[in-house]
Design a protein around this ligand. Structure first.
Ligand code: NAP
Length: 255
């Protein structure tokens, strides 16, 4: 019998920068064949050149449902069955009561929530019928509590936690494992625009290491760093009125 020389085939979305890029590199260096997706074809080509023979670019806008399904099929045709997927494509724009715009909300929902669903459908279809596979969905600790400035972003991440939790028991019946990833603040282009202090900030490489370990350990919730985990779970456990006494301090009045 032919022996597989690699750990398996992993599809990473959001692989052109930040956490997704660091994770794609780490997984490739540690024996995975990586299909890397994001909109920036040039950034994906550069990534593939860095790990020639281990990372393969599959440019994609996850908001395009038909194209996402097509890319999934292209990967499986060219590389073989996807063993693991990390759905990390995401975007953040500040919004809240001062500046709420439905169109801004729609743009975040389209990428973070609908974009994840667009990749989930073909992944679940093929993994559930094959009765094998692992899917990790990138959410955020921002999904735990409603925080000023992160109204829609937090809502999308909260929804992803709920979606993943709802599907896990059914997926398990077909030997498909679902995980949710809830990072705290990570130093990436997404957070570089933030003009407020980011407690317990970690690098994208540190985040990728935590994710890889969590996946290897088969954890359902991969949440890090531990100080942020404690802080956010404590806040979540407080009664709403007490939580508001804390979150009121985070309000930043517009100029
Ligand atoms: N940084 C943090 O503190 C933090 C904390 C918790 C969770 N997260 C989550 O982690 C994930 C990665 O974020 P990051 O911090 O690494 O930010 P980032 O560097 O901005 O990376 C975002 C990635 O998503 C891709 N992307 C955005 N829109 C896309 C679309 N329509 N179709 C396909 N790909 C798209 C981007 O590539 P293109 O622009 O090339 O498409 C990029 O590769 C996001 O889901 C984010 O919400 C981040």
């Amino acid at each position: 019998m032919a022996r597989r020389k690699h750990k398996g085939i992993v599809w990473v979305t959001g692989a052109s920068s930040g956490i997704g890029r660091a994770l794609a590199l780490r997984l490739a260096r540690n024996g995975w064949q990586v299909a890397a997706s994001a909109r920036s074809a040039a950034a994906l080509e550069e990534l593939a050149a860095d790990q020639e023979g281990s990372i393969f670019p599959y440019p994609l806008d996850v908001t395009d449902m038909a194209r996402t399904k097509q890319v999934h099929a292209e990967i499986e045709l060219a590389m073989g069955s996807i063993d693991m997927a990390v759905l990390a494509a995401g975007t953040y724009k500040r919004d809240g009561a001062f500046d709420f715009r439905a169109q801004v909300a729609q743009s975040m929902i389209a990428v973070n929530l609908q974009g994840t669903c667009n990749a989930l459908e073909p992944l679940l279809d093929s993994m559930m019928s094959r009765r094998r596979g692992k899917i990790a969905i990138m959410a955020s600790v921002a999904g735990y509590n409603g925080l000023p400035g992160g109204a829609t972003y937090g809502a999308t991440k909260s929804a992803l936690n709920n979606l993943c939790e709802a599907m896990k028991p059914e997926a398990e019946r077909r030997n498909v494992s679902l995980s949710v990833i809830n990072p705290g603040f990570v130093d990436t282009p997404l957070t570089a625009r933030n003009d407020f202090p980011m407690p317990f900030l970690i690098s994208a490489d540190e985040a990728a290491a935590s994710i890889e370990k969590g996946l290897e350990d088969g954890r359902y919730e991969i949440i890090f760093p531990w100080k942020m985990k404690l802080a956010i779970k404590f806040l979540h456990a407080l009664p709403a009125m007490l939580r508001f006494t804390i979150t009121r301090r985070l309000v930043r009045a517009p100029d």
